[in-house]
Design a protein around this ligand. Structure first.
Ligand SMILES: Cc1cc2nc3c(=O)[nH]c(=O)nc-3n(C[C@H](O)[C@H](O)[C@H](O)COP(=O)(O)O)c2cc1C
Length: 206
Protein backbone atom coordinates (compact mmCIF):
# COMPACT_ATOMS: atom_id res chain seq x y z
CA UNK A 1 0.00 0.00 0.00
CA UNK A 2 1.37 3.37 -1.02
CA UNK A 3 0.69 6.46 1.06
CA UNK A 4 0.83 9.83 -0.70
CA UNK A 5 2.17 12.80 1.24
CA UNK A 6 2.24 16.26 -0.35
CA UNK A 7 4.42 18.98 1.20
CA UNK A 8 3.13 22.35 0.05
CA UNK A 9 4.89 25.56 0.97
CA UNK A 10 5.45 29.25 0.38
CA UNK A 11 8.85 30.72 1.05
CA UNK A 12 10.20 34.15 0.20
CA UNK A 13 13.79 33.92 1.46
CA UNK A 14 14.32 30.14 1.60
CA UNK A 15 13.87 29.31 5.29
CA UNK A 16 10.54 27.55 4.79
CA UNK A 17 11.92 25.81 1.72
CA UNK A 18 14.73 24.30 3.84
CA UNK A 19 12.20 23.22 6.44
CA UNK A 20 10.00 21.74 3.68
CA UNK A 21 12.91 19.61 2.42
CA UNK A 22 13.44 18.35 5.99
CA UNK A 23 9.72 17.57 6.43
CA UNK A 24 9.77 15.71 3.08
CA UNK A 25 12.90 13.76 4.09
CA UNK A 26 11.19 12.69 7.32
CA UNK A 27 8.09 11.49 5.45
CA UNK A 28 10.29 9.51 3.02
CA UNK A 29 11.73 7.56 5.97
CA UNK A 30 8.40 5.74 6.29
CA UNK A 31 8.48 2.77 3.89
CA UNK A 32 5.86 2.87 1.13
CA UNK A 33 5.41 6.65 1.28
CA UNK A 34 5.34 8.67 -1.94
CA UNK A 35 6.37 12.22 -1.11
CA UNK A 36 6.00 15.22 -3.41
CA UNK A 37 7.04 18.78 -2.79
CA UNK A 38 5.19 21.78 -4.25
CA UNK A 39 5.20 25.52 -3.78
CA UNK A 40 2.21 27.81 -4.10
CA UNK A 41 2.18 30.60 -6.65
CA UNK A 42 3.90 33.92 -5.92
CA UNK A 43 1.74 37.06 -5.83
CA UNK A 44 4.38 39.72 -5.21
CA UNK A 45 5.45 41.60 -8.37
CA UNK A 46 8.97 40.78 -9.70
CA UNK A 47 10.12 44.35 -9.15
CA UNK A 48 9.32 44.20 -5.43
CA UNK A 49 10.98 40.78 -5.11
CA UNK A 50 14.10 42.10 -6.82
CA UNK A 51 14.25 45.12 -4.52
CA UNK A 52 13.97 43.02 -1.36
CA UNK A 53 16.58 40.46 -2.43
CA UNK A 54 13.97 37.71 -2.51
CA UNK A 55 14.44 37.05 -6.23
CA UNK A 56 17.88 35.49 -5.69
CA UNK A 57 16.68 33.39 -2.74
CA UNK A 58 13.67 32.17 -4.70
CA UNK A 59 15.91 31.05 -7.58
CA UNK A 60 17.31 28.31 -5.32
CA UNK A 61 13.95 26.53 -5.25
CA UNK A 62 12.58 27.56 -8.64
CA UNK A 63 12.69 23.88 -9.68
CA UNK A 64 9.89 22.99 -7.25
CA UNK A 65 6.60 22.75 -9.20
CA UNK A 66 3.68 25.08 -8.53
CA UNK A 67 0.75 23.42 -6.78
CA UNK A 68 -2.76 23.30 -8.21
CA UNK A 69 -5.75 23.08 -5.86
CA UNK A 70 -7.13 19.97 -7.63
CA UNK A 71 -4.03 17.90 -6.82
CA UNK A 72 -4.83 17.99 -3.08
CA UNK A 73 -7.56 15.42 -3.68
CA UNK A 74 -4.88 12.84 -4.60
CA UNK A 75 -3.04 13.07 -1.27
CA UNK A 76 -3.52 11.01 1.87
CA UNK A 77 -1.77 13.71 3.90
CA UNK A 78 -0.88 17.33 3.19
CA UNK A 79 1.78 19.19 5.17
CA UNK A 80 1.65 22.95 4.70
CA UNK A 81 4.58 25.29 5.25
CA UNK A 82 3.99 29.03 5.45
CA UNK A 83 5.99 32.05 6.45
CA UNK A 84 4.39 34.17 9.18
CA UNK A 85 2.88 37.49 8.13
CA UNK A 86 1.64 39.60 11.04
CA UNK A 87 1.04 36.49 13.13
CA UNK A 88 -0.85 34.72 10.38
CA UNK A 89 -0.28 32.66 7.24
CA UNK A 90 1.04 34.53 4.20
CA UNK A 91 -1.26 35.85 1.47
CA UNK A 92 0.19 33.46 -1.10
CA UNK A 93 -0.95 30.46 0.95
CA UNK A 94 -4.29 32.10 1.77
CA UNK A 95 -4.81 32.76 -1.96
CA UNK A 96 -4.09 29.12 -2.73
CA UNK A 97 -6.45 27.86 -0.03
CA UNK A 98 -9.15 30.26 -1.17
CA UNK A 99 -9.15 28.37 -4.47
CA UNK A 100 -10.15 25.12 -2.75
CA UNK A 101 -13.88 25.91 -2.55
CA UNK A 102 -14.75 23.21 -5.10
CA UNK A 103 -12.81 20.62 -3.11
CA UNK A 104 -14.64 21.76 0.03
CA UNK A 105 -18.03 21.47 -1.73
CA UNK A 106 -17.24 17.86 -2.69
CA UNK A 107 -15.74 17.00 0.71
CA UNK A 108 -12.63 15.95 -1.19
CA UNK A 109 -10.25 16.48 1.74
CA UNK A 110 -12.45 14.98 4.47
CA UNK A 111 -10.48 12.46 6.54
CA UNK A 112 -7.07 13.36 5.11
CA UNK A 113 -4.28 14.27 7.47
CA UNK A 114 -3.31 17.98 7.63
CA UNK A 115 -0.30 19.47 9.37
CA UNK A 116 1.41 22.87 9.40
CA UNK A 117 4.91 24.29 9.95
CA UNK A 118 6.09 27.88 9.89
CA UNK A 119 8.85 30.46 10.31
CA UNK A 120 9.06 33.93 11.81
CA UNK A 121 11.71 36.60 12.03
CA UNK A 122 11.54 36.79 15.83
CA UNK A 123 11.13 34.43 18.77
CA UNK A 124 7.70 35.71 19.75
CA UNK A 125 6.53 36.83 16.33
CA UNK A 126 3.50 34.56 16.15
CA UNK A 127 4.56 31.03 15.24
CA UNK A 128 1.81 29.47 17.32
CA UNK A 129 -0.92 31.85 16.12
CA UNK A 130 0.09 31.22 12.51
CA UNK A 131 -0.17 27.46 12.90
CA UNK A 132 -3.31 27.31 15.03
CA UNK A 133 -5.19 29.85 12.88
CA UNK A 134 -4.19 27.82 9.81
CA UNK A 135 -5.84 24.82 11.47
CA UNK A 136 -9.29 26.47 11.14
CA UNK A 137 -9.12 26.09 7.36
CA UNK A 138 -8.06 22.47 7.66
CA UNK A 139 -10.96 21.78 10.02
CA UNK A 140 -13.44 23.34 7.58
CA UNK A 141 -12.12 20.83 5.05
CA UNK A 142 -12.67 18.00 7.54
CA UNK A 143 -9.00 17.20 7.80
CA UNK A 144 -7.44 15.37 10.75
CA UNK A 145 -4.90 17.71 12.31
CA UNK A 146 -1.54 16.34 13.38
CA UNK A 147 1.16 18.32 15.17
CA UNK A 148 4.38 17.29 16.91
CA UNK A 149 3.90 15.40 20.19
CA UNK A 150 6.38 15.77 23.05
CA UNK A 151 7.65 12.28 22.31
CA UNK A 152 9.89 14.43 20.06
CA UNK A 153 12.16 15.39 22.96
CA UNK A 154 13.78 18.21 20.98
CA UNK A 155 10.71 20.31 21.82
CA UNK A 156 12.06 20.39 25.38
CA UNK A 157 15.45 21.77 24.37
CA UNK A 158 16.14 24.86 26.51
CA UNK A 159 19.87 25.04 25.91
CA UNK A 160 19.56 27.15 22.77
CA UNK A 161 17.10 29.38 20.95
CA UNK A 162 14.92 27.05 18.91
CA UNK A 163 11.62 26.83 17.06
CA UNK A 164 9.33 23.83 17.29
CA UNK A 165 6.13 23.40 19.32
CA UNK A 166 3.39 20.80 19.74
CA UNK A 167 1.56 22.68 16.98
CA UNK A 168 4.28 22.10 14.42
CA UNK A 169 7.90 22.57 13.41
CA UNK A 170 9.19 26.10 13.04
CA UNK A 171 12.31 28.16 12.54
CA UNK A 172 13.47 31.69 13.31
CA UNK A 173 14.94 33.68 10.44
CA UNK A 174 16.01 36.88 12.29
CA UNK A 175 14.95 40.32 11.10
CA UNK A 176 17.49 40.35 8.28
CA UNK A 177 17.01 36.67 7.37
CA UNK A 178 20.54 35.82 8.48
CA UNK A 179 19.66 32.95 10.82
CA UNK A 180 19.23 29.57 9.13
CA UNK A 181 17.17 26.61 10.40
CA UNK A 182 19.15 24.96 13.20
CA UNK A 183 19.83 21.23 13.49
CA UNK A 184 17.26 21.06 16.32
CA UNK A 185 14.61 22.71 14.15
CA UNK A 186 15.38 20.57 11.11
CA UNK A 187 15.19 17.41 13.23
CA UNK A 188 11.75 18.47 14.53
CA UNK A 189 10.70 19.11 10.92
CA UNK A 190 11.87 15.59 9.95
CA UNK A 191 9.95 14.20 12.92
CA UNK A 192 6.79 15.99 11.76
CA UNK A 193 7.09 14.56 8.24
CA UNK A 194 7.68 11.05 9.58
CA UNK A 195 4.89 11.31 12.16
CA UNK A 196 2.34 12.52 9.59
CA UNK A 197 3.31 9.75 7.15
CA UNK A 198 3.00 7.10 9.88
CA UNK A 199 -0.45 8.32 10.93
CA UNK A 200 -1.65 8.57 7.31
CA UNK A 201 -0.47 4.97 6.77
CA UNK A 202 -2.35 3.75 9.84
CA UNK A 203 -5.54 5.55 8.76
CA UNK A 204 -5.33 4.18 5.23
CA UNK A 205 -4.82 0.60 6.34
CA UNK A 206 -7.89 0.61 8.63
C1 LIG B 1 4.79 41.63 5.50
C2 LIG B 1 5.59 40.80 6.46
C3 LIG B 1 5.06 40.48 7.69
C4 LIG B 1 5.79 39.72 8.61
N1 LIG B 1 5.24 39.43 9.82
C5 LIG B 1 5.98 38.81 10.76
C6 LIG B 1 5.46 38.55 12.07
O1 LIG B 1 4.31 38.82 12.38
N2 LIG B 1 6.29 38.01 12.98
C7 LIG B 1 7.59 37.69 12.70
O2 LIG B 1 8.32 37.24 13.58
N3 LIG B 1 8.07 37.83 11.44
C8 LIG B 1 7.31 38.39 10.47
N4 LIG B 1 7.82 38.55 9.21
C9 LIG B 1 9.09 37.92 8.85
C10 LIG B 1 8.87 36.62 8.08
O3 LIG B 1 8.08 35.73 8.82
C11 LIG B 1 10.20 35.98 7.70
O4 LIG B 1 10.80 36.80 6.71
C12 LIG B 1 9.98 34.59 7.15
O5 LIG B 1 9.56 33.73 8.18
C13 LIG B 1 11.24 34.00 6.55
O6 LIG B 1 10.87 32.80 5.90
P1 LIG B 1 11.26 32.56 4.36
O7 LIG B 1 12.75 32.71 4.26
O8 LIG B 1 10.83 31.16 4.05
O9 LIG B 1 10.54 33.56 3.51
C14 LIG B 1 7.09 39.27 8.27
C15 LIG B 1 7.61 39.59 7.01
C16 LIG B 1 6.88 40.32 6.10
C17 LIG B 1 7.47 40.63 4.76
Amino acid sequence: MSVKVQVLFYSMYGHIYKMAEAVAAGAREVPGTEVSLYQVAELVPDEALEKSGAQAARATFAHIPIATPAQLAEADAIIFGTTTRFGNMCAQMRNFLDQTGQLWAKGALVGKVGSVFTSTATQHGGQETTITSFHSTLLHHGMIIVGVPYSEQRLLNMSEITGGSPYGASTLAAGDGSRQPSENELAIARFQGRHVAEIARRLKSE
